[in-house]
Design a protein around this ligand. Structure first.
Ligand code: DGY
Length: 318
């Protein structure tokens, strides 16, 4: 019987689809990633792995798993995977595009509104008993309505975010290497990276993490933004030079930042962002609605079954 390793405790009803025809091993701990040693040990005779974005799929792992045919990554991003090594080992890699697009765009939109309107600071003040009464500029933030919004990475999530701006009469800019089909009918204008930074009141990073986009948002980039602008990141933490962002928010180079992703996750209460005014921080929950996570799991399982049964992967990458 072919063996499938699932590196996190996912929906058991979805896993059951595999149990009839395959031996399935599931890492039962919900919050903690499978330790690397265990991952290497468990997968050395595996034919398929359902991996998380916290699992490193690299040369060491691939050369240790000679039977491996497919790795189905439970994420649209696949920067945890060495695609060249996978190609060398003839291992199919799949991801979970489309099924998480709207959910992740919703979270990005939430971050923008929460940051603009100081929602977390206002909530914290009230909960801690610090609300002393109404006053004209108390917790006065900035409007999103009528502003310029710049999207770095106009893929399907960037476009879903842009569609939500229709009710806000926004001026939409985007930066991609070239014109994006995803931007058709959105009235969005392709601009240079510098123009995106200098013109936007809100800058959203929704790009995949690549060598080209890594650490793109550094002191120089933040320095080009308006001092009233907000930076939102739902891409990957490594798009940002975190020391530079902390400094930019601390010194008022930009007005605020709202982040769902960090370079080294999870971050703890001792991270330099924690406690900074005008920082909205979430624990990587972009695609975390129950329905979407179930859809992502189903897509991973279907990709695995296709490949192990000799068919074509549904959503291959690379
Ligand atoms: C992804 O799919 O890449 C997201 O970051 C997961 O929430």
């Amino acid at each position: 019987m072919k063996k499938i390793v699932i590196t996190r405790n996912i929906n058991p009803d979805i896993v059951d689809k595999l149990r009839k025809d395959f031996e399935v091993s599931v890492w039962e701990e919900d919050q903690k990633p499978m330790p690397r040693e265990k991952f290497l040990e468990e997968t050395k005779d595996a034919h398929a792995v359902l991996s998380m974005l916290s699992d490193k799929v690299d040369e060491e792992f691939l050369s240790n798993a000679p039977e491996l045919k497919v790795v189905a990554n439970l994420a649209v991003g696949f920067d945890n995977i060495d695609l060249d090594a996978a190609r060398r080992h003839e291992v199919v890699i799949t991801n979970t595009p489309d099924v998480l697009t709207e959910t992740t765009a919703e979270l990005a939109f939430t971050l923008m509104l929460v940051s603009a309107r100081k929602v977390l600071a206002a909530n914290k003040e009230l909960m801690e008993g610090g609300w002393s009464g109404w006053s004209p500029y108390h917790m006065a933030g900035t409007d999103v309505f009528g502003k310029t919004v710049g999207i770095f990475g106009m893929g399907s999530i960037g476009a879903a975010f842009a569609r939500r701006l229709a009710g806000f009469r926004s001026n939409i800019l985007y930066h991609n290497r070239s014109e994006s089909g995803a931007a058709d009918d959105l009235g969005a204008k392709l601009v240079s990276f510098d123009e995106l930074l200098s013109e936007s009141d809100f800058v959203l990073c929704a790009a995949p993490l690549t060598e080209e986009t890594k650490h793109k948002f550094d002191a120089e980039a933040f320095g080009k933004m308006k001092d009233t602008a907000h930076f939102i990141n739902i891409g990957r933490g490594a798009h940002v030079v975190e020391d530079d962002l902390a400094e930019a928010v601390r010194t008022g180079v930009i007005a605020g930042a709202a982040l769902d992703v960090f370079e080294n996750e999870p971050i703890g209460a001792d991270h330099q962002f924690v406690g900074l005014d005008n920082m909205t921080l979430l624990p990587h929950i972009g695609s975390a609605s129950v329905a979407t996570r179930n859809n992502m799991m189903n897509l991973c399982v279907n990709n695995i079954m296709e490949v192990l049964n000799g068919g074509r992967p549904i959503t291959p990458v690379g």
